[in-house]
Design a protein around this ligand. Structure first.
Ligand code: TYD
Length: 408
């Protein structure tokens, strides 16, 4: 059944784009599971009151973040660097108490961020619902509990460990349908001088870059400063700073605190004004986005079909969750894309969700370079293009689809 009410305000959502039936973005599967693959209707809506851009319907979190969750954060070197810098910025800030600071991370994955606190001897706790990645974090010495974060969980943590100086999350908050419960939990967990720092793919970048592949089952929301400011203010928490990030093709880091605890940085007013100029407060802006998404789809299908007609070999580079939206929305399967190369061992030998393109180890790509590689991890373009000089030197070409479909 479709949910058509805003998860924040409870008002009816304005329906925006219907991407049709989609499988789980990270649902890489074996051929024996094709028959019982799970699909849901993926469409997005907007709420004029909460400013929240969101999925209308979403599979249950248990379906997505389970004991065999296939995403390990530490597979990317640039993300390792990014989380080191994120951790350093907190350690160097005025926000951590001088005596026994306590840092919590929601969705700590395999410990990519918190391990930087372990190495400094800072008291920490990770909360990670996917058991396999939580185990990986614990094995690094990152203290992690495997469960979903709720108001009830926050009360338990406070009783056991006390309140936190910082509550961190990266690419996690936008995954949580009942975000109101999480914000209630944060309110309980934070010391009077504590801060929330979290980052997620930014709606402003998605609209600007036409990166509609950020829309998939796990991203129940695409946040803006407008929507985050509005969400937290109902709980007495204030947006005090915003810091744009290059990660995930454009993210925004939000810093929030109990109202009045800190002065509000000028970056907050600046980004709100920018979002109003960009029209992120108006449903019409998303109507224009829809037209650009439709054009991107026909451009990509036309390009791949033409190249294939010329006998060219095309593969996908990186079996990302994002690629699932593109492949299923455009109906691109193994007839156009031979295989997808990926460095994550548990994805090897599996097939892409929905369209069932085989996923092969990166070494296979190295020994079988194609004529064209569609860069599904376009957000890591700098890192990838720098390491794939040999592919280019041997005549290979990149295809990207953001901000427009293009051969490089
Ligand atoms: P990411 O853009 O973080 O994925 P998602 O859309 O799922 O958030 O990319 C992670 C995936 O890309 C992961 O399966 C590993 C793969 N990958 C490569 O295969 N090679 C690379 O050089 C990089 C950076 C990622």
């Amino acid at each position: 059944m479709q949910q058509s009410l805003c998860r924040i305000s409870g008002n009816p959502l304005i329906p925006l784009i219907d991407f049709g039936d989609q499988p789980l973005g990270n649902g890489f599967l074996n051929s024996t599971d094709f028959e019982r693959e799970y699909f849901y209707n993926m469409s997005v809506g907007y709420c004029q009151e909460s400013y929240m851009f969101q999925l209308i319907d979403q599979p249950s979190p248990q379906q997505m973040f389970h004991a065999n969750y296939a995403f390990y954060s530490s597979t990317s070197k640039s993300m390792e660097k990014h989380f080191k810098a994120f951790s350093d910025s907190l350690k160097d800030s005025k926000y951590l108490s001088t005596v026994d600071p306590f840092v919590i991370e929601l969705g700590c994955n395999d410990g990519i961020m918190l391990k930087n606190f372990v190495s400094s001897g800072i008291r920490h706790l990770g909360i990670e619902p996917s058991l396999n990645v939580a185990k990986a974090a614990n094995s690094l010495g990152v203290k992690t509990i495997s469960e979903f974060f709720t108001e009830e969980c926050a009360n338990r943590i406070v009783n056991e460990h006390g309140q936190a100086d910082a509550f961190l999350a990266a690419n996690v908050m936008c995954h949580i349908p009942d975000i109101n419960d999480v914000v209630r939990g944060i309110k309980i967990l934070l010391k009077p001088t504590g801060v929330v720092m979290f980052e997620d793919p930014y709606l402003g970048d998605v609209i600007e870059k036409n990166s509609y592949d950020q829309i998939y089952d796990e991203h129940v929301y695409l946040f803006s400063a407008l929507s985050i400011q509005n969400l937290f203010k109902d709980y007495g928490l204030e947006l005090i700073n915003v810091i744009p990030q290059k990660t995930h093709g454009g993210s925004l880091r939000y810093v929030l605190a109990h109202k009045g605890a800190y002065t509000v940085d000028s970056s907050v007013d600046e980004i709100i004004s920018k979002e109003l100029r960009q029209g992120l407060d108006k449903a019409e802006t998303f109507e224009m986005f829809k037209k650009r998404v439709q054009k991107s789809k026909s451009d990509l299908i036309n390009l791949l079909t033409t190249l294939k007609g010329q006998g060219k070999r095309i593969v996908g580079y990186a079996a990302t969750s994002k690629s699932t939206t593109i492949l299923n929305y455009c109906g691109i399967g193994p007839d156009l894309i031979e295989y997808i190369s990926d460095t994550t061992p548990i994805k090897h030998g599996t097939f892409s969700p929905g369209m069932h393109i085989p996923v092969r180890p990166y070494e296979f790509f190295k020994s079988n370079p194609p004529d064209y590689a569609v860069l599904f991890a376009w957000n890591h373009a700098e890192e990838i293009m720098a390491k794939e000089q040999e592919f280019i030197a041997s005549g290979g070409k990149w295809i990207t689809h953001v901000p427009e479909v293009k051969v490089h």
